[in-house]
Design a protein around this ligand. Structure first.
Ligand code: PMV
Length: 322
């Protein structure tokens, strides 16, 4: 028997970094999905294959925590152990992970993998999964991979659609009154979310009186943006994205390449453009009228970025049985 789990990539539309300090933020799921297939094995061992990474651990070694695997696969084995300890399992499992989501660029590739993996695993071992359990498990993976994440990435990937998220309160779904068409521009710069988050937090700690009002402004901005999304006011959404980009630049997370992409998108007719995710490289997003998607994508390409045209998707995690 095979279970096929899938979960979407995400963008943060508003409020990244500020969300780490409990300001509200808005995230959206994309129509770009990770797939994890889960097969039952007779042998008591757990295999994980992801791109060119492969490892396996015997059940006994997993339970006694005596194993060593590639560090990128380690959080998956931690999730696996938690689930097996809780529900018990006498067989083995083989996981194959396929992801079209560019890695480490702020599109939530790791959270989507953890979410799809957790849902497929729960379905195979416990017979069912619920979104709360999936987000909890995936968040543990995110902590191992990224240090101090806010939890927004696994929440949006599990639920899909558009959400307003606040660390202390969880999330509420938003109903966008019109489709949101995005052009993403991936910059070639590699960075780590954990490093960027620590860098921002230490700057804030050094200049608290300057940063507190910026954080409050970002919180108000996210609330204004939520209202604009619900009334389908694309012009205001674009303007608020531009302001949000300015706030992110003041946190020190922009780079010359990201600025180039943001300005290329705006000059080509995007209604607004900003960094998405941790910055320091990674990607930008722009919100565009549907007839200008290709024009904006070409402008991003000419400015050295890799463009991705994507729509917001209502689909969160799902598991089907084959
Ligand atoms: O992993 P990224 O690049 O999508 O960044 C996540 C967003 C941050 O707000 C910077 C961190 C977090 O955990 O919310």
């Amino acid at each position: 028997m095979t279970f096929l789990a899938s979960a979407p990539a995400k963008v943060i539309l508003f409020g990244e970094h500020f969300v780490v300090e409990n300001e509200p933020a808005i995230a959206a799921a994309l129509d770009l999905r990770v797939e994890v297939s889960v097969n039952l094995l007779d042998e008591k061992r757990f295999e994980i294959r992801s791109g060119n990474l492969f490892s396996f651990v015997r059940l006994d070694d997993l339970l006694s925590n005596h194993y060593s695997v590639n560090q990128h696969l380690k959080p998956l084995y931690v999730i696996l152990r938690k689930v097996i300890e809780k529900y018990g399992f006498e067989g083995g499992l083989k996981f194959i992970i396929k992801s079209p989501i560019p890695m480490g660029v702020g599109l939530g590739s790791s959270a989507a993998v953890f979410v799809a993996f957790s849902a497929g695993l729960l379905k195979a071992v416990a017979g069912e999964y619920d979104l709360e359990k999936v987000v909890k498990l995936a968040s543990e993976g995110e902590i191992l991979a990224h240090g101090r994440p806010s939890g927004i990435d696994p929440t949006i990937s599990a639920n899909g659609g558009v959400i307003v998220y606040r660390k202390s309160e969880g999330f509420i779904p938003l109903k966008a009154a019109v489709p949101l068409h995005l052009v993403i521009g991936v910059s070639g710069e590699v960075r780590s979310t954990a490093t960027m988050v620590e860098k921002v937090l230490s700057l804030k700690k050094r200049f608290p009186e300057i940063f507190e009002p910026l954080y409050h402004a970002a919180g108000h901005l996210a609330i204004e943006a939520a209202k604009a999304i619900e009334r389908g006011d694309l012009t205001s959404i674009g303007m608020l994205m531009n302001i949000n980009h300015g706030l992110l630049s003041s946190l020190g997370v922009s780079t010359m390449n990201l600025e180039r992409l943001v300005h290329a998108a705006r000059d080509a007719g995007a209604l607004g453009a900003k960094i998405t995710g941790a910055g320091g490289g990674g990607a930008i997003i722009s919100i565009c009228p549907q007839n200008l998607l290709e024009t904006v994508a070409s402008a991003i390409k000419r400015s050295g970025g890799f463009p991705l045209i994507s729509k917001v998707s209502d689909r969160g995690v799902s598991v089907i049985e084959r």
